[in-house]
Design a protein. Sequence first.
Length: 305
Amino acid sequence: MDRLGAMAILLKTVDAGSLSAAAKELDVPLASVSRRIAELESHLDTRLLNRTSRRLSLTEAGQLYVEASRRILEQVEEAERTATGVYHDLKGQLSIAAPVVFGRTHIIPIVSDFLRKYADIDIRLVLADRLLDLLEAEIDVAIRIGDLDDSSLIALRVGSVRRVTCASPTYLATHGWPKDPQDLLRHTCITFDNLASSAAWRFAGPKGQVVVPVHSRLTVSTAEAAVDAAVAGLGLTRLLSYQIAHEIHAGRLAVVLEDYELPIWPVSIVHAGQQLLPKRVRAFLDFGVPRLRDLLRQDPDAFQP
């Protein structure tokens, strides 16, 4: 059995979300995808996927196997490129865009290691909490958080983050912990206008989406300002999990309304998708994608890719 090929089909199925979607992306019959995964499960003598009419999910063994397979295939690809000389004589400037806090916490460490490895490549790192047009801004690679609208971009999913509501322990001790979204009617809020409306916040309820009016006493334009204001006890705020991770771990903020969080958002690395990527872009993708997946996997406030 071609185990590397079977691993690749399994990963495509997991990333695509279904056997049929994987078959379509791979341009092979659905029966072939199903058969290859069944052969892999038979070889391993364990079930990797839970299949129902509505959804597909990984078993515990499947989760571990997918993580290991992803690392193995990435290492094989990098070894092949190294052997064929793809990384020789790399030079020039690489432009990368990322959200401000995510860039500081997740991208700077990767960029630092990349620059040490490739002495003839320079990087322009653009940190902005707004979507940049890759062509107009002359960006080679960008980090996008959330569902992707531009289908012309090539996206590599590296993980997921949560959309969370939080406040300082001092504020919650004084004003009480909200037990459901309607409790926000008696609270004051801090709004980061790139993420949440200053007039109403959306939540996931048992019967569908819930929209609750909020009293936003302070609206800010950066996540850092929203964090600082929440730590100061000015009210509840809504941010992405990685934006508050440090304050949560330090006990300066606490997450509330976890049972009502909206669906997780994917984190993707995107590029314009030229047929022949510049070598420096390919080198960064090969270098950065597995490391970013590992960083998000290790983050207790993030989810698996």
